[in-house]
Design a binder for this molecule. Sequence first.
Ligand SMILES: Nc1ncnc2c1ncn2[C@@H]1O[C@H](COP(=O)(O)OP(=O)(O)OP(=O)(O)O)[C@@H](O)[C@H]1O
Ligand SMILES: [Mg+2]
Length: 361
Amino acid sequence: MSLKAGIVGLPNVGKSTLFNAVVENGKAQAANFPFCTIEPNVGIVTVPDPRLSVLSGLSKSQKSVPASIEFVDIAGLVKGASQGEGLGNKFLSHIREVDSILQVVRCFEDNDIVHVNGKVNPKSDIDVINLELVFSDLDQIEKRLEKLKKSKSKDSQTKVKEEAERSALESIQKALMDGKPARSVSLTDLEKDSIRQLCLLTMKPVIYVANVAESELADPSDNPHVKEVINLASELQSGMVTVSAQVEAELTELPPEERTEFLKSLGVDESGLGNLIRATYSLLGLRTYFTSGEKETKAWTIHAGMTAPQAAGVIHSDFEKGFIRAETVAYNDFVAAGSLAAAREKGLEKPRSRSFVAMTN
Ligand SMILES: Nc1ncnc2c1ncn2[C@@H]1O[C@H](COP(=O)(O)OP(=O)(O)OP(=O)(O)O)[C@@H](O)[C@H]1O
Ligand SMILES: [Mg+2]
């Protein structure tokens, strides 16, 4: 189970530059011309979490395995993409396959770097992308509704499902016509289920990534373009992070001991990538369980909303079958007690807080 975050945006805004910085050993070609990327670049990214090394230390583990997500660097989209403009429909289908969208928005001014619309303008850039996603969804919905109309299912269960799908699609269609994304429509669980296989683009959660110049990293909100992105993100009920893809790319070229010095010279404490990765992780609705033992301490990515036994079921199919009892202890309780045995003695080995250590030694 590897969840995917797609890096999306206009051509030449810094998507591949960001991808290469986020993905260790990322080798996407990044260059100053539009449509540099054609085939998607894919890379696994580990999620930084200080709890992992604490648990690893307490359990004297030989190895620790962090949680991970997959990043996909996708070709640039332009106005008319849903009608085949630019690199067209094929690239919308790459977005269809991801679970969440990181929309890179150019906020840096640099006359040497081509902007496809001739001018840095976050509102217009965000509108262009969102509109293409809306058009593509409308197209899908129309085709699907047409098919449902012709359906001759007699089976009553199938009929109920088709009815739920039709009603969900009609509500979404109405919202899209008003320029609102599918995710803004409230649906019943049955309706949600019935449209899942359509993988609507505007159903996916979005984070706007404001890509700023090196000189603006210390005080990004002084940049009016960034302010605009902040306002739009809040209007669209989406997340927002600020990074400088350029700085992150430069950091990866430096030996680790020189990175802090470089960041200090720019007036910042740390790289923006940790923040970006954590924001993406929570955007995907994930949270972490740990298994910790002498052999290894491992962070597992689990969907929020699962109960402890369900999470244990993901970790070990044996749990699911009920062969082994799922012993879970809250992270803070585990650290305070110092070991699973001590936590058990204190009667703490029950899920009590929102984060758990699922122990399997
Ligand atoms: N924050 C920044 N400041 C200055 N230059 C930047 C910044 N981010 C990216 N660039 C530059 O912008 C150019 C385009 O970058 P990149 O190839 O990553 O864009 P892209 O969005 O992947 O483009 P395409 O859609 O064509 O694949 C590169 O020359 C890169 O160095
Ligand atoms: Mg690219």
